[in-house]
Design a protein around this ligand. Structure first.
Ligand SMILES: NC(=O)c1ccc[n+]([C@@H]2O[C@H](COP(=O)([O-])OP(=O)(O)OC[C@H]3O[C@@H](n4cnc5c(N)ncnc54)[C@H](OP(=O)(O)O)[C@@H]3O)[C@@H](O)[C@H]2O)c1
Length: 285
């Protein structure tokens, strides 16, 4: 696996540190990003650059995508210079983006037709976990291909779990991000309520962190609220996408519906800010 040639598509907040980890692990990595300026950091770290996803597909054995959404995924596979235009066989394509199970099934069928394998392998964890190879990864797809993909995925995560047929990783990820949205909104509402009654937020967060509710997520987001730091680690627009994907996949329960409404309502003002900017949008000073 050390000599497996990796092709990486998508150098955003997550893709950059994740691909860096593969370079650090000694893998030969070629990168492609739509905005070519973002490739420079990886080239400086030792990566090669491909002119198109098609060229990347020709040069790599395992191709990994970490892009925004379904539209970006479709584009990278099916554009005139997309992955499938390479018309090669025997590749493993791992989509680590948070996308719908439907788009994974669709891309998997296209890959099968060319005798390539598609694995959906979204991640839980954010930029810090990506930088430290501490992501939690959930994967779907054909099991033999998964076992090969796992050798690469393990270089980026602390846990890699096989969830079943293609799309299972995506469905699992949408379940987890629904809980993430509810926790973010819950923390924001608790903070708004406490502040309105003159309770010091720092004290509230100290109590939460030391209670049975304390978690890494609530600690990081409490610290961000206290520092009024809404710089995006996980952009609010991405949780709107995920809640919408979960709804499209059949999740229409009371809290999920409320969260979708709340985060969608905040998207025009705070879509590019972090998910926890929902606190500001709900009235936190
Ligand atoms: N950030 C997190 O904490 C986090 C955690 C877990 C999962 N995720 C998921 O991981 C994925 C990436 O998140 P991120 O935070 O890294 O996003 P990001 O910083 O917004 O980066 C998005 C990447 O997708 C590319 N892209 C978007 N539309 C494209 C298109 N039509 N064609 C080609 N490339 C396109 C962008 O290219 P350009 O540079 O050219 O725009 C960029 O490389 C998302 O699905 C997100 O939900 C994020």
């Amino acid at each position: 696996m050390q000599n497996t040639r990796i092709g990486w598509v998508g150098l955003g907040r997550m893709g950059t540190p994740m691909s860096q980890r593969l370079i650090k692990a000694g893998c030969p990595v070629t990168v492609y990003n739509r905005n070519k300026e973002k490739e420079q950091e990886l080239i400086n770290a030792g990566a090669a650059s491909a002119a198109s996803p098609m060229q990347l597909m020709q040069r790599a054995d395992v191709i990994i995508l970490m892009v925004s959404d379904d539209a970006a995924t479709r584009n990278i596979f099916t554009a005139d210079d997309g992955l499938l235009a390479a018309a090669v066989t025997g590749k493993i394509i791992i989509n680590m983006s948070t996308v719908s199970p439907d788009v994974s099934r669709e891309m998997s069928a296209l890959c099968d037709a060319q005798q390539n394998c598609y694995i959906d392998a979204p991640v839980s964890g954010s930029v810090k976990q990506a930088e430290e190879s501490q992501l939690v990864i959930m994967a779907g797809g054909e099991e033999t291909a998964f076992l090969q993909a796992k050798l690469v995925l393990e270089k980026m995560g602390k846990l890699v779990m096989y969830m079943g047929e293609v799309g299972s990783g995506n469905t699992t990820k949408l379940a987890m991000n629904t809980l993430l949205a509810l926790q973010a909104q819950g923390l924001a509402e608790a903070a708004v309520f406490a502040q309105k009654h003159g309770i010091a937020l720092a004290d509230l967060f100290t109590l939460i962190n030391n209670s049975a509710m304390g978690s890494i997520f609530l600690k990081i987001k409490g610290d961000a609220i206290a520092a009024k730091n809404y710089q995006p680690a996980f952009a609010l627009k991405h949780i709107v996408k995920d809640l919408q994907l979960a709804r499209n996949a059949g999740l229409q329960t009371p809290l999920a519906e409320t969260a979708l409404k709340t985060f969608s309502g905040a998207e025009s003002a705070a879509g590019e800010s972090d998910i926890i900017a929902i606190a500001k949008e709900l009235g936190l000073n």
